[in-house]
Ligand binder design. Structure first.
Ligand SMILES: [Zn+2]
Length: 378
């Protein structure tokens, strides 16, 4: 049961121009976390042998316990994941958790870990800035149909949302004459609308989300992005972006477009900035976490996503070359509990946050102080 807080004074003190203030605000409808497949799947390093891809059912139990209701997963569209995906889907839905699967819109010619769709036929591969056979051309009918053809299978195990990451956002877009003749976001919008239309045809109630890059974009650039993407199909709901890692950028992003939603790097920005042991006490870091959630709640955003061990712990600075790992936590990790609490109740005040932390200590795996515990498990 979600708590709705009367938070008049806290709300009135927040937000900038154009912020709609209300005395009572609901929590986010979409309380999501995202990862690349080493949390919900129990995996041995990089292996893609189906024998090495199991199902970490405890992780889903912990998400549900924490109050998160969406899990978005990247890098797991290869057929080796099929069996495990079916198990995940069954369990997730029994717990009230919805699933989103990410696709790379018109990127191919490499492993999924290079932001490519797996198994694209060689004859459809075209050059991108990444190399000679690294893209699919959306201006070629056969390329378009191949890309549309994978959608049914991506939705197959009862998937609730597709997260589209346009290939241009990762520098894997086709650079043929026709593609180059389009403005950057015009190209994105074309492929997003095409895929959205096909997805709705396959599953009318599917949710469509986006994963975009806002790295090194200032306020003006975010507004250009908002304008250029303004014409997207209404079926596209939450647009998440990475690279929005400070409070000014978060505010500019959320203000730029009603569909722009917040995505926050929990570990690398909030808990352990720059991958170092935390310089601030946990109370201060948690205050920031709740404040960012309030920035989104003030603007009536309906979705918020955090990453959690996004690359199986390798996102820890200085540990990028180590093998990814799955953490099968015995009991609920404190970091997950914290995420869920901030998403369900962003207006919890400072004393409430302190009380929350006190209550979590005895009943969670405490991973909020030592980055090794967070990234590698306890
Ligand atoms: Zn092209």
């Amino acid at each position: 049961m979600l708590k709705l807080l009367a938070a008049g004074s806290a709300v009135a003190a927040l937000g900038g121009p154009g912020v709609v203030r209300a005395a009572k605000l609901p929590a986010f409808d979409i309380r999501a976390t995202q990862e690349c497949g080493w949390n919900v799947f129990l995996r041995k390093g990089w292996s893609t042998d189906p024998k090495d891809i199991g199902f970490n059912y405890r992780y889903l139990d912990h998400l549900a316990e924490a109050g998160l209701n969406w899990l978005l997963v990247f890098w797991t569209n290869a057929p080796e994941f099929d069996d495990a995906w079916h198990k995940v889907s069954e369990r997730a839905h029994s717990l009230g958790i919805k699933l989103g699967r990410a696709i790379y819109g018109f990127g191919g010619g490499g492993a999924e870990t290079t932001m490519a769709e797996p198994n694209v036929p060689a004859h459809l591969l075209r050059p991108s800035a990444k190399g000679p056979a690294t893209a699919i051309c959306p201006n070629e009918p056969e390329g378009r149909e191949w890309m549309a053809g994978i959608l049914a299978k991506c939705l197959e195990p009862g998937i609730d949302a597709i997260v589209i990451e346009p290939a241009r956002e990762t520098g894997r877009n086709c650079i043929c004459e026709k593609c180059r003749a389009m403005r950057p976001f015009e190209w994105d919008a074309m492929i997003i609308n095409f895929l959205a239309e096909r997805l709705v045809r396959l599953k009318p109630d599917v949710k469509i989300m986006l994963h975009l890059s806002a790295v090194n974009t200032d306020r003006a650039a975010k507004r250009v992005m908002a304008r250029e993407l303004g014409g997207l199909s209404r079926s596209v709901e939450a647009m998440f972006a990475w690279g929005i890692d400070d409070e000014a950028a978060v505010t500019d992003w959320l203000d730029a477009n009603p569909r722009f939603a917040a995505f926050t790097k929990l570990s690398r920005v909030i808990l352990f900035p720059d991958g170092k042991p935390a310089a601030q006490p946990i109370e201060q870091r948690v205050e920031r976490l709740f404040r960012w959630c309030r920035l989104a709640a003030d603007r009536k955003k309906t979705a918020y996503s955090f990453d959690w061990r996004l690359f199986g712990g390798r996102e820890w600075k200085g540990h990028e070359t180590e093998p990814p790992t799955t953490w099968t936590a015995r009991i609920l990790p404190a970091s997950l509990a914290l995420m869920g609490a901030a998403l369900a109740d962003p207006y919890l005040d400072r004393p409430g946050q302190s009380e929350l932390l006190r209550s979590l200590r005895p009943r969670t795996e405490w991973d909020l102080d030592d980055p090794a515990a967070f990234y590698r498990g306890i």
